[in-house]
Design a protein around this ligand. Structure first.
Ligand SMILES: [Zn+2]
Length: 91
């Protein structure tokens, strides 16, 4: 699964959807990531959501944070791990 970032969007002040050029609004998303033996669910990830088509993108900062969380999760030997983006702990 690839994570889309704001990098791909033409943005100055206004963020536009990569697909339909609709307005991107600040939103929150639940991010799912599948590792070899583990499913990671990260709740309340800040993101931008297209008001027209619902496409969700993350900024680079958010992607880095998600990757950090996933690295931490790798040491937890569980099939499903549910994390909170802000609290950075198992919920
Ligand atoms: Zn769109």
């Amino acid at each position: 699964m690839t994570i889309k970032t704001m990098q791909d969007l033409c943005s100055e002040n206004k963020k536009l959807c990569f697909y339909c050029k609709g307005d991107m609004e600040s939103s929150q998303n639940t991010h799912f990531s599948e590792l070899d033996n583990c499913m990671v669910i990260i709740k309340k990830v800040p993101c931008y959501k297209c008001s027209q088509c619902g496409e969700i993108v993350y900024t680079m900062t958010m992607v880095e944070q998600i990757e950090k969380i996933i690295e931490e999760v790798k040491s937890i030997k569980k099939e499903v791990v549910i994390m909170d983006y802000f609290q950075r702990k198992e919920t």
